[in-house]
Design a protein around this ligand. Structure first.
Ligand code: GLV
Length: 325
């Protein structure tokens, strides 16, 4: 019997290709640049499976172009690029990669936090410039991290992993979320719940860990920046549109907040020019980018596809109701 045809919009990693090779006939996008939209639409025409990155929109247009599609596997935990309802309507299973990137993403939230607090971007530029004149008492003085208050907005797996790392820095950790964590978990992680406004007013560092949803779009807006301490920093490794970027630039320019560490942007890969300032550390959406974790993400997506074609339930279905019919 012919193997089901799959299009992968990336060559993935060897370990993921190995998972796919036996049961699927996979066409890989192998060029270093991302595939143009027309190319994706053209290649999905005869495919039953799609493995895609978060840069591809899985919407009505794509689903119309892929009448045989049965599964769209995102190599990412965030799935705001997928119109899940449209997939469900057409009986296409959509999957993501939860769980495998929590610790790596939490590491990177801390990387940004430390870098912006201790002015690492500026320091690195000076060290490389050839203009460094040597140690000076008031050179690139930053802000202490240890002993401060960390506010976590969104207390899911990644938010909790960020919280766990704070104890070594003797920090007070507060969090806000639509749901309270269990009392035992709060006790184990030594965290306290706050309403959003209280968290904004109390935190020295605020780290965002919410999914992009209609209710979290532009969650961080001008009134929120107004409530933050002028000495506070915003860290965002979640999704760019969670922050009103123009309002963030205005807050940074007017000194309403002290700085930001950003991995994600409203209109990637465009970065608002007003963010390219000394008190902002910028990264190009790499929070989950360790070889170990990106390999696990690709393998997980591959396993989701293979499971479906073997008549099993993929482990990470976003619309399990499709298989209940
Ligand atoms: C990366 O941003 C992801 O959602 O996995």
């Amino acid at each position: 019997m012919a193997k089901p045809k799959v299009f992968a919009t990336h060559p993935l990693f060897g370990a993921a290709r190995q998972i796919l090779q036996e049961g699927c006939d996979v066409e890989y996008w192998a060029k270093p640049e991302r595939p143009p939209r027309e190319e994706v639409l053209r290649r999905v025409k005869d495919k039953e499976g799609l493995i895609c990155l978060l840069t591809e929109k899985i919407n009505d247009e794509l689903l119309r172009a892929a009448p045989k599609l049965r599964v769209a596997a995102n190599v990412a935990v965030g799935f705001d690029n997928i119109d899940v309802a449209a997939c469900t309507k057409r009986g296409v299973v959509a999957t993501n990669t939860p769980g495998v990137l929590d610790e790596t993403t939490a590491d990177f939230a801390w990387t940004l936090l430390m870098a912006v607090a201790r002015r690492l971007g500026e320091g690195e530029a000076l060290a490389r410039s050839g203009n460094w004149k040597g140690w000076d008492l008031d050179q690139l003085v930053g802000t202490d991290v240890w002993g401060k208050t960390l506010g976590i907005v969104g207390f899911g797996r990644i938010g909790r992993a960020v919280a766990r790392r704070a104890s070594g820095f003797q920090m007070k950790v507060i969090y806000t979320d639509a749901v309270h964590a269990r009392v035992e978990l709060e006790r184990d992680l030594q965290v306290e719940f706050r309403e959003m406004n209280a968290l904004l007013a109390e935190s020295d560092f605020i780290s965002a860990h919410v999914p992009l949803l209609p209710e979290t779009r532009r969650l961080f807006d001008a009134p929120k920046f107004h409530r933050m301490k002028p000495t506070a920093f915003l860290i965002n490794t979640s999704r760019g549109p969670v922050v009103d970027e123009a309002a963030l630039v205005a807050a940074l320019e007017s000194g309403k907040i002290a700085g930001a560490g950003l991995d994600v942007y409203e209109n990637e890969p465009f970065i608002h020019p007003g963010l390219k300032r000394a008190n902002v550390v910028l990264a190009p959406h790499i929070a989950s980018a360790s070889l170990e974790t990106r390999t696990k993400m690709a393998c997980m997506a591959a396993e989701n596809v293979v499971a479906l074609f073997q008549g099993q339930r993929p482990a990470n279905m976003l619309n399990p109701e499709v298989l209940k019919r």
